[in-house]
Structures are given as C-alpha cells and as structure tokens.
Write a protein that binds this ligand. Structure first.
Ligand SMILES: Nc1ncnc2c1ncn2[C@@H]1O[C@H](COP(=O)(O)OP(=O)(O)OP(=O)(O)O)[C@@H](O)[C@H]1O
Ligand SMILES: [Mg+2]
Length: 459
C-alpha cells in the first residue's frame, strides 16, 4: 500500500533561500522584492540532507590525512590551474556562466580529457538529448569509450546510474542543476526547494563515494547564479565562465574555492572545434599591437600565480557639461582618484575632460599595481604624445602622488623580458626589502612620484 504523505508548506526566498512563516513582498532577510514563493513539500523527512550514512564516524585528524586521496588532474591544464591543481575527490564544483558561453563545451572537453586519463566519466544532460551531446562530442573530438552520456532529469535515476558504475567512476557531471528534479518534492525543476534537494543529494553522493561532481548552474541577467545563494554555500567550489559575444576569448575564474586560491585565471579561445587553452595569454592579448599609439600603455598584472601583460587604453575628449568617466575593465572609483592625482600632483588639467578607459582583451584590472599604466595612458592621450611600444609600467599610486611597490616584481620583469619589452617604469623598493633582480637587457626607471613618472616618460 502506498505510504500516506503529509502535506506541509513553507515560504522560501528565491534569492537567499530564507524561509518565512507567510508571504512577504520583500524578503525580511536579504531585502529582495517579489522573491518569496510557496513551496509545498510532501514529506518533510525526505527533505533532510542525505549526508549521513549510518552512525557518525569519528577519526583522528592524522588518520584523516592519510585517507585523503590525491587530486585528479583533468588533463586540461587551465581548468586544473583554476581548481587549485585538479579535482579533489568527493568535492562538488558548480560551474556558472551566461547562456551560450560554452559551459557544456568546456565540461565535455574536460570530461573527455579526464576519461582518457582516469576512468569512466558520466555526463548527465538534462537539457540536450544523448544524440545532441554525442554530436557535440564528435565535433569537439571528445568522444571516448569511457565518456558515458545519459539524458535524464530525475536525480534518483542519475545517482542510480552513477552508483551502478561503482569504483570505475572518475567523475559525475550534471548539466544543468536547474533541469534536474527530485520526485519527493513538488514544484518545477529549478525552484528553490528542488535545487536545494538535488544539490544536497549530489553533495551526499560525492562525499560517500569520494567521486568529484561538477554541476552547471545558469546565471541570471544581472550576473547572479540562478537559484538560492544557498547553492553556493552547499558546494565546495564555484567557478565562473565568462567572456563576451564579440570576442572568442573565454575566461574561467574561481569565485569560491575550499581547496585552492580564487586568484587563478584560466584563458581559452572558442573555436569551431571547441575551446583551445591559451597557456600564454600575454602574447594573445598583445598580438594586435603595432607601432606606438597615443593613449595606450602596457602593464604587468598578477592573476593568481601568473603575470599577465595587458594594455590599458585611455581617451580624453572635450566635455560638454558634466565630464563623463567611462570604464571597461577598470574600476570607476580608482579612475576618479587617478584623475584627481594627475590634476594635483602631475600638473595636468584633465578634470574637465570626458575620460574613457578600456582594458584590452576583456580582462578586468582590479590590482592597484595597474595605476601607473592608467596614468601614463591618460597623460599620453591628454598630451597627444605616444608612448614607446616596448615600454611597460606598473606600481600603485597613492593620494599624495607617491608610488608604492607591487608584490612579486621579479616575476613581472621576467614576463616583460620574455615578451620583448625593453624599458620598465616601476616604483622604488621600500627600505629593508631586497631589490628585485633585473633581467639582462631590460632598462629600468625607478620613480617615487607621479611627477617623476611623467618627467621620465615625456620630457
Ligand atoms: N558548430 C559550431 N561551430 C562553431 N562553434 C559552435 C558550434 N556550435 C556551438 N558553437 C559555439 O559554442 C557555443 C555554445 O556552447 P555551449 O552549448 O557549450 O554553451 P552553454 O554555455 O552550455 O550554453 P547553454 O547555457 O545554452 O547550455 C556557441 O555560442 C558557439 O560559440
Ligand atoms: Mg549547455
């Protein structure tokens, strides 16, 4: 006889996952409007996270360390770098990104690389049929006997299939979390309670079997992962796949990582035959530079462990009314500060001008060490004087017009030399710290103020 189920309902915020006693127009916890919906659960008991497998087992930390398995390298170096050295057994990774950016492509290629190295990978697609995924795998050269496909949206069926593969299973991929649902809960796939249940079950599966699980998550228009923020808390790692439609460059970053840094950046190029890893992004980003131009300066920034050479462009134009500041890839507040510093300490009357700043290659420059390059690009545009092509500058600018040194200067200098730069402008080394070793053939100008930088470049 079928078991009688008890109906209970609760009101859940779609943005933060908070539960309330009734309907509110505005979530009392996160303040989001119109996000509270009713969720009816047939059986509360089934809502419990399926994390426990029998009685709790207590282990000394020394023994736990011995039990830990090494990371599984996927075989895609850029993915491994962002993960912090490969997939951690039993971890759950969430890959977010806007529609059509190439999430399925990236995961299919990664799965194939992993299947070639480590064993069976199960790719569960809720969005596309086996034929569609198979067709894509063939186009990408990713078809492999160890890469198994299943078109399924019921979480129980996916987990059964994965469990059936036993110890052969090297990884489980679920594309996407918003399409998968649990029979035990009412409501359409993708609603808060479905996402929460399905993710919890996947986390439980990963931890019980020590198998890494990667799930795809859609991103809403404003760039947030669709579904409750809770989703981000449940998983171990959140990766974001970004890029813009006009360019073929794609970037993979870690937003959260329980097992590695969130500073690393993976760079890819989207081509007809799939994503190609770009192991030398500096070269790719600087490839379109020709002779000296007005309003452009190259800087060396650090993305995780890797130095990147990036061009900062500036354009100043006569303003009608309130001067505008427009930034692409650069922080507007930082630009406003640099403009004020240039005006006060660089003797350049730029505050009445419209300013546009663009960072080439779709990169976001968040490191303060890119200040000096931005200042030089702005000054070059204002004075209408080009900078030498082989010049590079980095260093942080302070409000008093002073320059502060950047961490890991030597690494930046080595990358500059490798790409043929001949002249570098950088801040003085603070007292008590070791002077960086300068690679042979590189001319270095040390400056301690913005005024000195401008004199060294334009006088
Ligand atoms: N036949 C093809 N030739 C070249 N490029 C293709 C081809 N098919 C797809 N692409 C590229 O792949 C991209 C879509 O990739 P993919 O389906 O992996 O994205 P996605 O992020 O998984 O999308 P969704 O959010 O819809 O699932 C397209 O935008 C296009 O750039
Ligand atoms: Mg997809």
């Amino acid at each position: 006889m079928p078991r009688k189920t008890k109906k209970s309902s609760q009101w859940v915020c779609g943005a933060c996952g908070a539960t309330t006693r009734g309907w509110f127009g505005r979530c009392p916890k996160c303040g989001a409007w119109n996000t509270i919906t009713e969720q009816v659960d047939r059986d509360k008991a089934q809502d419990r996270v399926v994390l426990q497998a029998g009685d709790a087992r207590v282990v000394p930390s020394t023994a736990a360390r011995k039990q830990a398995h090494p990371r599984a390298q996927t075989g895609m170096a850029e993915v491994d770098r962002v993960l912090g050295g490969g997939l951690v057994p039993g971890s759950v990774v969430l890959l977010g990104g806007p529609p059509g950016i190439g999430k399925s492509t990236l995961l299919l290629q990664t799965s194939a690389a992993l299947a070639r190295r480590s064993g069976v990978v199960l790719y569960a697609s809720g969005e596309e049929s086996v034929a569609q995924v198979g067709g894509r795998a063939t186009r990408l050269g990713a078809a492999h006997d160890n890469l198994l496909l299943v078109a399924e949206t019921r979480i129980r069926a996916i987990l059964d299939a994965a469990e059936h593969l036993g110890s052969k299973l090297a990884a489980l991929i679920v594309d996407s979390i918003q399409t998968v649902y649990s029979d035990a809960h009412e409501g359409l796939p993708g609603n808060v309670s479905q996402i929460r249940t399905v993710t919890s079950q996947l986390v439980g599966f990963a931890k019980r079997h020590g198998v890494p699980v990667i799930v795809v998550g859609h991103v809403t228009k404003d760039g947030q992962l669709a579904g409750p923020r809770l989703l981000e808390h449940l998983v171990d790692t959140v990766l974001s796949f970004e890029g813009d439609e006009e360019r073929s460059t794609r970037m993979l970053r870690a937003i959260k990582n329980r097992f590695g840094s969130t500073q690393e950046l993976g760079v890819f190029e989207m081509r007809g035959d799939g994503l190609r890893e770009i192991s030398n992004p500096s070269e790719a980003f600087l490839s379109e530079r020709s002779g000296p131009v007005v309003g452009a300066c190259v800087t060396a920034t650090l993305e995780g462990s890797r130095p990147l050479l990036i061009e900062v462009q500036a354009l100043l134009a006569a303003s009608f009314g309130n001067p505008r500041r427009t930034c692409v890839g650069f922080e507007p507040a930082r630009l406003a500060m640099l403009m004020a510093v240039l005006d006060r300490h660089g003797d350049l009357c730029v505050l009445d001008q419209d300013v546009f700043i663009n960072v080439v290659g779709g990169i976001r420059l968040s490191e303060p060490a890119s200040d000096v390059a931005a200042i030089l690009a702005i000054a070059s545009s204002h004075l209408r004087r080009p900078l030498p092509t082989r010049l590079l500058a980095f260093g942080e600018v302070g409000l008093t017009g002073e320059l502060r040194s950047a961490p890991r200067t030597e690494q930046r200098l080595v990358e500059a030399t490798r790409l043929g730069f001949q002249h570098v402008i950088l801040p003085a080394t603070p007292r008590g710290r070791r002077r960086p070793e300068v690679p042979k053939g590189l001319e270095v100008t040390v400056a301690s103020t913005v005024a000195e930088v401008l004199r060294a470049t334009f006088d």
